[in-house]
Design a binder for this molecule. Structure first.
Ligand code: ASP
Length: 326
C-alpha cells in the first residue's frame, strides 16, 4: 500500500515535470544579440529565430540588440537573466576572444552559460570605402604603406570578430591603424559606404550585398580557399595575396543562462538542430557566404569543448599583440 502510494506520487511528479517541459514556451522568447541591428550577428539570429520558432510552439522570438564593449555587455545581460528558457543569446567567436582582451569580465564564459550548439561558420572579407584609390590587394598595400599614421579601421569594439580580424590584418601588413569602435558592424558599414572610415574586416553576411552592388571595395577573403558564393568567388584569399597562412573564420553559437532546466535545454537543442536543416535557413545562409554547421558541434558538450579550444587558440595571439581593455 505504502509502496503504491509512493509510485503514484512519483508518477504524478513525473507527469507534472513533463507537462511543464511540454508547455514551454508559452510566451515569447527573447534572443539577446550583443551587437547592433542589421549586422551579421543580428542577421543570423533573426533568420535562426524564424526557423526555430516553428519547433517552439510557434512562439514569437524577440531580438534584443545589446551592443557595446565588443559584445561583452550583451553576454553579461544574458548570463544574468533568469534561467527559465525565455532569454537566450546568439554570439560569435568574440565569446572566445574576450577573455584574453578584457582584464576583468563581469561574467565567467565557461561557467555562466549553457552551451546549446553552434550555428554557422562565416568567412570574413577585407573591405574598404568606395573612394579608396586601390582596386586590388597589391594596390591596397601600396596605399597603406604610403599613408602610415593616417589610416583608420572600423570595428564592432574590442573583442568583436571585426576587431580580431583587423588586428591580424594590421600584423600582416605591419602597419598600425587607428581603430574606430561601433556598437556593431551595421553602423560601421553605413560609415564605410559614406567614406567616413577607410577599412574594415567583416563577415560576408554583412558585406556580400554591398560588394556585389559596388557600394564598397573588396580586397580579399580571410579563408584558406576562395569562396563559391557568386558575389565573392572572384576575390583572392589573403593567403594567395601574399599573407601566408592567414585564416580567420568566424562561428556563431546559441546559449542560455546557466541553470536553465535540462528539459528546456533539450527542447532548445532539438529546435536548433531542426532549424539548421531547414532548407530556407540553409539557402539564406549560403547565399551570404556562410556555412551552416551540421556536425557534432551542434551538441552542447562539443560546442563547449570547441569554445574552450578557441579560447586557448586566440589567447596567446591576442596577448602577444598587447591588446587589452579593462
Ligand atoms: N560582425 C560584427 C563583428 O564581428 C559584429 C556584428 O555587428 O554582428 O565585429
Amino acid at each position: 500500500m505504502k509502496k503504491s502510494m509512493h509510485t503514484l506520487v512519483a508518477g504524478l511528479i513525473a507527469a507534472l515535470m513533463s507537462s511543464v517541459a511540454f508547455a514551454y514556451p508559452d510566451k515569447p522568447v527573447t534572443i539577446i544579440v550583443p551587437f547592433a541591428a542589421g549586422g551579421p550577428t543580428d542577421k543570423v539570429a533573426r533568420d535562426l529565430a524564424e526557423a526555430m520558432r516553428k519547433h517552439l510552439n510557434n512562439q514569437t522570438i524577440v531580438i534584443d540588440n545589446v551592443g557595446g564593449a565588443g559584445g561583452t555587455l550583451g553576454v553579461n545581460k544574458a548570463a544574468k537573466a533568469p534561467a527559465d528558457g525565455y532569454t537566450l543569446l546568439v554570439h560569435h567567436a568574440g565569446l572566445a576572444t574576450a577573455p584574453a582582451l578584457y582584464r576583468s569580465l563581469p561574467y565567467k564564459t565557461l561557467e555562466d552559460l549553457e552551451f546549446l550548439g553552434m550555428i554557422n561558420d562565416v568567412p570574413m572579407t577585407i573591405v574598404g570605402r568606395p573612394s579608396l584609390p586601390a582596386n586590388n590587394m597589391a594596390e591596397l598595400r601600396t596605399w597603406i604603406n604610403a599613408n602610415k599614421g593616417k589610416i583608420n579601421l572600423a570595428n564592432a569594439g574590442l573583442g568583436a570578430a571585426s576587431h580580431l580580424c583587423g588586428l591580424l590584418f594590421q600584423q600582416a601588413v605591419a602597419v598600425d591603424m587607428a581603430t574606430i569602435p561601433y556598437k556593431g558592424t551595421a553602423p560601421a558599414m553605413t560609415d564605410l559606404m559614406a567614406n567616413q572610415v577607410d577599412l574594415m574586416c567583416d563577415q560576408t553576411t554583412n558585406t556580400s550585398g554591398q560588394i556585389e552592388s559596388g557600394k564598397i571595395k573588396a580586397f580579399a577573403v580571410t579563408t584558406p580557399k576562395r569562396l563559391t558564393t557568386p558575389a565573392l568567388a572572384k576575390l583572392p584569399t589573403m593567403d594567395e595575396s601574399g599573407f601566408k597562412g592567414f585564416n580567420v573564420t568566424i562561428w556563431h553559437g546559441l546559449y542560455a543562462p546557466k541553470g536553465t532546466p535540462k528539459p528546456i535545454l533539450d527542447q532548445l537543442n532539438a529546435a536548433l538542430k531542426a532549424a539548421l536543416k531547414d532548407p530556407e535557413f540553409v539557402k539564406r545562409e549560403e547565399a551570404l557566404g556562410a556555412v551552416v554547421i551540421n556536425d557534432n558541434r551542434v551538441n552542447p558538450a562539443e560546442h563547449k569543448k570547441f569554445v574552450e579550444a578557441e579560447i586557448a587558440k586566440w589567447g596567446p595571439a591576442i596577448k602577444a599583440a598587447g591588446q587589452y581593455a579593462d
